[in-house]
Design a protein around this ligand. Sequence first.
Ligand SMILES: [Fe+2]
Ligand SMILES: [Fe+2]
Length: 158
Amino acid sequence: MNEKLTEELNLQMNREFFSSYLYYAMNTYFKEITLDGFAKYMKKQAKEELKHAQGIHDYLIDRNAKINYSRIEAPDINWLNPLDVFEYAYKHEKFITGHLHQLHKMAEEKNDLACQIFLNGYIVEQVEEEAKFYKMIERIKTNAECNCNLNNLNIELM
Ligand SMILES: [Fe+2]
Ligand SMILES: [Fe+2]
């Protein structure tokens, strides 16, 4: 596989590991403020991100490409409230989507059809990933507007 494409896929694997790390940190945040439903929700996301990272890892192995582990950044965890957490997650997913689009473009330029098809799965899944967090933001806002306790939504997720 093309060297630059291999390098970029390795970086994407790192971003997926970081996403997992970030959502585990969000799991911690919700645990600490005893919103266990939200905590569970974030743990599920964290596990999914690990699968994304593993998927890229296995793809690189199948392509006989070199795996390159790089440092995983510590997430910035100074969230103000639950809405802030979900807005952060939504922004992060958009950042990931952007990188996947760039990767796809690169695979196209390198005439790597298999890699393009592999990335299609990730790109389509991002639509769901973004929608998931966007919906949560809207639901939290609606709960706040009607003065409902955030706990109702939290319990629903448990
Ligand atoms: Fe992901
Ligand atoms: Fe994601």
